[in-house]
Design a protein around this ligand. Structure first.
Ligand code: SAH
Length: 250
């Protein structure tokens, strides 16, 4: 059978669109590393280090106090917890079960309240259309087969006039050298095998998908790593890791 008819042949056609936007090997990989999620010097150390800059970026556009936020692909809750600490009411969704367990346990320890749910973004969006002031989806789109479907779900979750923040990795020579070769093979900043260069997304591709979903670009920023100082920071260079701020039409 050709690929184009595979969905029609699915035994569970009702679930097929939601379930199919998952790369099980990706989820297995995150589940396998889940116990190291909150080790600030461990496998996910880079996420811990860039996290304050992500919060800073979001706050440029929207205060977080009393805002309703859904964090898509929340992982162990690094971003979700800091959004909640800043006063937001946060739901964190992900499909990696063990990672979510780590997130829940960490929340019990830290006392920071986040509502974690094991649910696909597409399904969550249908159930919670236009409910949230803010949607975040960081370092996740490069791990799914169909990023457009996630972007569409993010756009559906947010209220008219609300904000959607994405971060992902650009696809070019430099991002291969820095985000894969240097970060995974040389400097051990990111676990080996975390990223696949072909799944990286250029800002132009992101913007085409976002516009199709009814989102309008307000700003962008690059997340830079300085290996000599072992420091991260924000600037305007979106060559490698970058953040985008979108607003849904009113
Ligand atoms: N957003 C978090 C975690 C990034 S790691 C942060 O930036 O701190 C990428 C996360 O995406 C992992 O937790 C992984 O389980 C999740 N993920 C990958 N594919 C997914 C899918 N199809 N649906 C939901 N989450 C997914």
């Amino acid at each position: 059978m050709s690929e184009s008819t595979s969905t029609e042949n699915s035994k569970t056609p009702d679930n097929a669109p939601k379930e199919s936007n998952v790369d099980q090997a990706e989820l297995d990989n995150f589940n396998r590393l889940s116990n190291t999620w909150w080790d600030t010097e461990g496998e996910f150390g880079a996420l811990h280090k860039i996290n304050p800059f992500r919060i800073e970026f979001i706050r440029r556009f929207q205060p977080l106090e009393n805002q309703s936020v859904v964090d898509i692909g929340c992982g162990g809750g690094i971003l979700s917890e800091s959004l909640a600490s800043a006063g937001a009411m946060v739901t964190g969704i992900d499909l990696a079960q063990e990672v979510l367990s780590v997130a829940k346990l960490h929340g019990l320890d830290s006392g920071i309240k986040v509502d974690y749910q094991l649910i696909a973004a597409e399904e969550y969006a249908e159930l919670h259309a236009e409910e949230h002031d803010i949607v975040t989806c960081m370092e996740m789109l490069e791990h799914v087969p169909d990023p457009q479907a996630i972007i569409k779900a993010a756009a559906l979750c947010v209220k008219p006039g609300g904000w959607v923040f994405f971060s992902t990795l650009n696809r070019n020579y430099k991002s291969y050298l820095l985000a894969i070769f240097a970060a995974e093979q040389v400097l051990n900043l990111v676990p080996k095998g975390t990223h696949t260069h072909e799944k990286f997304i250029t800002p132009a591709e992101m913007d085409a998908m976002a516009r199709q979903a009814g989102l309008y670009l307000r700003d962008s920023a690059g997340i830079q790593f300085n290996p000599l100082l072992n420091q991260y920071g924000l600037n305007e260079n979106v060559d490698v890791n970058y953040l985008l701020a979108y607003q849904k039409a009113v």
